[in-house]
Write a protein that binds this ligand. Structure first.
Ligand SMILES: Cc1cc2nc3c(=O)[nH]c(=O)nc-3n(C[C@H](O)[C@H](O)[C@H](O)COP(=O)(O)O)c2cc1C
Length: 407
């Protein structure tokens, strides 16, 4: 059973073309209060709740009761205008039906009052197609705040990144993106395609949408890149060795990483063409030094020049420290070091995989956090993107491991 996908529909300007009816009802209200309310003013209110609009045009000093009364009057006028002829958007009902038939979960995420939403859902006989209906009454913050869509996704039981939002307002598109959802813009009355340019897809009417178009946004098919050595993040490890004459050498290796917990082990894969390969075979030991972002030039050079021709320590002004645990040197200036005893060798093809038991990890005091563990924001290890031939830094923490998955 595949994970469910969802589409959350704004109502006004998406399911129903209520531009004229809303404008007319605001105009009636404004005129009876002697206020000037232009069509441009109206256009700027899109996506906001009526309560927010009243506070903006009628004044901040109105009491909550006054606002509620004006709000109710305006919305009643609106419903009177549309009730006998609900201005359904072309193709909207058919789209809802085909999405529903294609197992999409559907929701309404509208800033409008529940009475308006009820009138439209019941008037068009589409209520049973929706698994959740969220209105302006359910939210405390209007769009562009993502709250309305977050509540809808939660009620549908669908993860945000599997949801697409259909919207007619830039504020709604911002809200969809704020919720981590795909945004589809509908350029209905009063909206140009340019205004909706931030959407992931813009159409002129619901009739242009299909389950396939939505699926392409929320569950896109993968593109094949072929059999390539791509895994992210790829580390930047600097492997330290002594050659048979006892000369220290360092080379950069991106093919490597932790490979066992007990005994703690790390592996690096080296081509036979490297000088370091022969040193590991000879000495049965190696170190892995992890450079910091500020040492990217040194790390790169260790991957360009060969110890066969040059003393890379001397050339780079780095200090080779002889490990007291294994027969290999490490880089004093690099903040984190692993000292390894060779335990396994596997011929894989072009590369030979060397696995080593980690005998000790040494770290500079100044990259330790308060818990005496490495602080990545201080250590700043490098990430290599092989296909791009580019080094990157790492970003901020995004969640607690063995914990966030339970939420
Ligand atoms: C970012 C980067 C990653 C590299 N990763 C590896 C690797 O995993 N295995 C390998 O054999 N060579 C790798 N190389 C190439 C070696 O570091 C390079 O051939 C180096 O000159 C070998 O040094 P040596 O001859 O002193 O041992 C890498 C180079 C760079 C720049």
């Amino acid at each position: 059973m595949p994970f469910p996908l969802a589409v959350i529909f704004d109502m006004d300007g998406v399911l129903v073309d209520t531009y004229r009816a809303h404008y007319q009802s605001w105009l009636e209200m404004a005129q009876s209060a002697g206020l000037n309310f232009t069509e441009e003013d109206f256009a700027r209110t899109f996506g906001r709740t009526s309560r927010e609009i009243i506070a903006k045009f009628w004044g901040q000093d109105l009491s909550d009761e006054d606002i509620a009364e004006l709000d109710a009057k305006k919305e009643a006028a609106f419903r009177r205008i549309i009730q006998d002829n609900i201005p359904v958007m072309p193709g909207a009902v058919e789209l809802l039906q085909t999405l529903h038939d294609s197992s999409f979960r559907l929701a309404v995420g509208s800033s409008g009052p529940p009475e308006n939403v009820d009138l439209v859902l019941d008037g068009l006989r589409i209520r049973e197609l929706f698994g959740a209906v969220v209105t302006g009454m359910d939210v405390t913050r209007g769009k562009p705040d993502p709250q309305v869509f977050q509540i809808a996704a939660q009620r549908l039981g669908v993860a945000a990144w599997r949801c697409a939002v259909v919207e007619d307002a830039p504020l709604g598109i911002a809200a969809a993106h704020g919720a981590g959802m795909a945004a589809i813009g509908i350029a209905s009355t009063g909206r140009t395609r340019e205004q909706l340019a931030d959407a992931d897809l813009v159409v002129d009417s619901p009739a242009e949408l299909s389950p396939e178009a939505v699926r392409r946004l929320v569950a896109p098919a993968k593109t094949s890149l072929g059999a390539k050595t791509i895994v992210y993040p790829t580390p930047v490890l600097v492997v330290g060795t002594y050659d048979p004459e006892g000369r220290p050498n360092i080379m950069t290796a991106a093919w490597g990483g932790i490979c066992c917990s007990v005994p703690p082990s790390v592996n690096v894969s080296l081509r036979k063409a490297t000088y370091s390969y022969h040193s590991i075979v000879h000495r049965k030991a190696f170190t892995v030094s992890i450079p910091s972002e500020s040492q990217v030039r040194e790390a790169d050079y260790c991957g360009i020049a060969s110890g066969r021709k040059e003393d890379k320590f001397a050339r780079l002004g780095l200090t080779a420290v002889c490990s007291d645990l294994v027969d290999a040197p490490y880089v004093q200036e690099f903040p984190l070091v692993l000292e390894c005893r060779l335990t396994h060798t596997a011929e894989l093809g072009l590369h030979t995989l060397f696995a080593g038991e980690i005998m000790d990890v040494k770290i500079d005091e100044d990259v330790l956090g308060p818990n005496r563990l490495p602080d990545l924001s201080k250590l700043r290890p490098l990430v290599f993107a092989p296909e791009l031939r580019q080094y990157f830094g790492i970003g901020a923490a995004v969640g607690k491991a063995f914990s966030i998955g339970k939420t």
